[in-house]
Design a protein around this ligand. Structure first.
Ligand SMILES: *[C@@H]1O[C@H](CO)[C@@H](O)[C@H](O)[C@H]1NC(C)=O
Ligand SMILES: *[C@@H]1O[C@H](CO)[C@@H](O)[C@H](O)[C@H]1NC(C)=O
Ligand SMILES: [Ca+2]
Length: 548
């Protein structure tokens, strides 16, 4: 190893001159063309081709699962999870094998999906890396979300489910960071924070739910604290279906963000003990049912041919939660880390008549691509004064590859930057991935931490991006992800000089363009904590609903 490091150092010295020249060139390029030049562009040709093939201003539905791992679905190879509606959606559309989230935790990943930009640019980093109920920060108002972008094109915009992009700023009820401030005209039942494991009603983890962490809103109003789980998914679905009905004649954008598969595990009584995979599988079946109902609604309204539906997870499975943490399949690590298990997610696109059925795409794509895809489909230009990290998926969605993937690698190498908070941890460059830093794996003693498969603590996500759990790699730990998707066999630096040089140049170019947004996850105040009836903070203003 010592020899390799020495070799790498000499090598880096040798290329420093070359890199300096590049710095100058990149700087000149930036000054000359402005930041706008780094944006992805759609050529006129592509656009006119698009007009003839794709309905203009289609509806867009984004369904997001929470913490679902890459290996959790039947269609992604889980050996005991029942096959269901999501797998049918995949069979009728395009299933991506290399879809990457922009971050391995909830808030930053969601900020990136909605803005098409890396969380570090947006400012969703620092402190706890996610928003807590008492956080005073949130998704900054000057960011343009997909909802705001599409409103410009005349879309009706709706949001239902988990938000996790900030709640209040100054007062417990000011709701200054809630979805209605970010372009969503309709906001139904929502969890401004999350389905935390302290919300457990099954007594597996908690005697009783902690109201301070478990609250449900209708639009900007607190309606239930702590929230009940039995009718949660039904409420999300009913609100979504109502929104689709009300807007079937105008283009709409619906963001339906599920509480599943985040711990705690839950499902309505009729889904309990229906999966051979236990509590996790039961919850997944409930989520799966709701996804199927959304697609069926589109078909019954006869608008499926002008609706693109994307199903994603916000990041990988939460491994230290044991059997309640899902599966990342053959990938290494999980939630909170920049190993592929934390970042690679199930990603499915469905659009009858436009996306050919049975497609399996091996293209390297990112959750940040949804923003540019929406912009292209709606024919709107995103604000030009900022850098975007995604690109439109429209050309890929129109591809008609064989259902059986070919051995050809993707046409052009794509570069993805994987962060932990504001620290650049790893760079994916085409088939290669270089870790400059990596996070310790939750390689604990499972008999001690997971008695009977049930976790005793939720500690791993609190790992700091600068703490002792982080290892620096010099030279970077290099893997060929095409050959070694489990990131098990590092490649020797001396044999991959050319690759490392290219990666270092990409990294340098990226770092020059990087202006981190002001950290939003650092500050908090107990005075902004949502609480419906002090001092107990418990209430239920929820009207009776039928379980769908
Ligand atoms: C949601 O709540 C906000 C703040 O009270 C309000 O301005 C907005 O009109 C509400 N939206 C709907 C659809 O009721
Ligand atoms: C929730 O669903 C159950 C059935 O699972 C139903 O009996 C109950 O009335 C529902 N509760 C509310 C508040 O709608
Ligand atoms: Ca999550």
């Amino acid at each position: 190893m010592g020899q390799t490091v020495a070799f790498y150092r000499n090598y880096v010295t040798a290329v420093t001159g070359y890199m300096l020249v590049t710095v100058v060139l990149v700087t000149v390029f930036l000054l000359h063309d402005g930041i706008g030049a780094l944006k992805t562009k759609t050529s006129r040709d592509e656009r006119s081709k698009l007009k003839t093939t794709v309905p203009v201003k289609p509806n867009i539905i984004l369904m997001l699962a929470d913490d679902m791992g890459w290996g959790d679905l039947c269609s992604y190879g889980h050996p005991t999870q029942e096959c269901g509606e999501i797998d049918k959606m995949a069979a009728e559309g395009m299933r991506f094998t290399q879809w990457y989230s922009a971050d391995s935790l909830c808030s930053p990943s969601r900020a990136a999906i909605l803005t098409g930009r890396l969380p570090v640019r947006v400012g969703v980093w620092g402190g706890s890396r996610v928003f807590l109920p008492a956080s005073t920060g949130g998704l900054p108002r000057d960011e343009t979300t997909i909802a705001e972008l599409l409103k410009e094109a005349g879309y009706a915009t709706g949001m239902v489910g988990k938000w996790h992009l900030g709640i209040n700023e100054f007062l417990p009820g000011d709701g200054r960071h809630l979805p209605h401030h970010h372009g969503f005209d309709f906001v139904g039942t929502n969890l401004p924070f999350t389905n935390h494991w302290a919300c457990d009603e099954s007594k597996v983890h908690m005697e009783s739910p902690d109201p301070m962490l478990c609250f449900k809103y209708w639009n900007a109003t607190l309606v239930q604290q702590p929230f009940r789980h039995d009718n949660l998914t039904t409420s999300f679905l009913q609100d979504s279906v109502a929104f689709m009905h009300n807007n079937k004649d105008t283009p709409f954008f619906l963001y339906l963000s599920f509480a599943h598969m985040h711990t705690d595990m839950f499902s309505a009584p009729r889904f309990r003990e229906t999966s051979r995979r236990g509590r996790y599988g039961d919850g997944l079946r409930e989520l799966d049912w709701a996804v199927g109902e959304v697609l069926k609604t589109l078909v019954s309204l006869q608008i499926q041919h002008r609706t693109l539906v994307i199903f994603l997870s916000d990041h990988g499975g939460h491994l230290e939660i044991c059997t309640e943490g899902g599966s990342n399949g053959i990938l290494k690590g999980g939630k909170a880390s920049t190993w592929d298990g934390g970042l690679r997610v199930p990603g499915i696109a469905w659009w009858p008549g436009v996306v050919a059925p049975g497609q399996v795409s091996q293209h390297l794509v990112s959750s940040m691509d949804v923003f540019q895809t929406a912009a292209e489909l709606a024919g709107v230009t995103p604000p030009k004064d900022r850098i975007y990290d995604g690109k439109s998926l429209v050309p890929i969605l129109l591809e008609k590859t064989a259902a059986v993937p070919t051995s050809k690698s993707p046409p052009s190498p794509r570069t993805l930057f994987h962060y932990c908070s504001n620290r650049l941890m790893a760079v994916r460059y085409g088939e290669y991935k270089a870790h400059f830093y990596s996070m310790e794996l939750p390689g604990m003693d499972y008999t001690q931490f997971c008695p009977s498969g049930v976790p005793i603590a939720d500690y791993y996500t609190s790992f700091d991006c600068y703490g002792p759990e982080i290892t620096q790699h010099e030279p970077p730990l290099l893997f060929n992800i095409n050959i070694d998707p489990g990131e098990l066999y590092p490649l020797p630096a001396e044999d991959y000089k050319d690759v490392l040089i290219k990666i270092l140049l990409e990294k340098l170019k990226h770092e020059i363009s990087m202006e981190p947004g002001k950290a939003q996850c650092e500050e908090g105040s107990e005075t902004v904590q949502p609480c419906c009836k002090p001092p107990f903070c418990t209430c239920n203003y929820e009207p009776q609903r039928e379980d769908g």
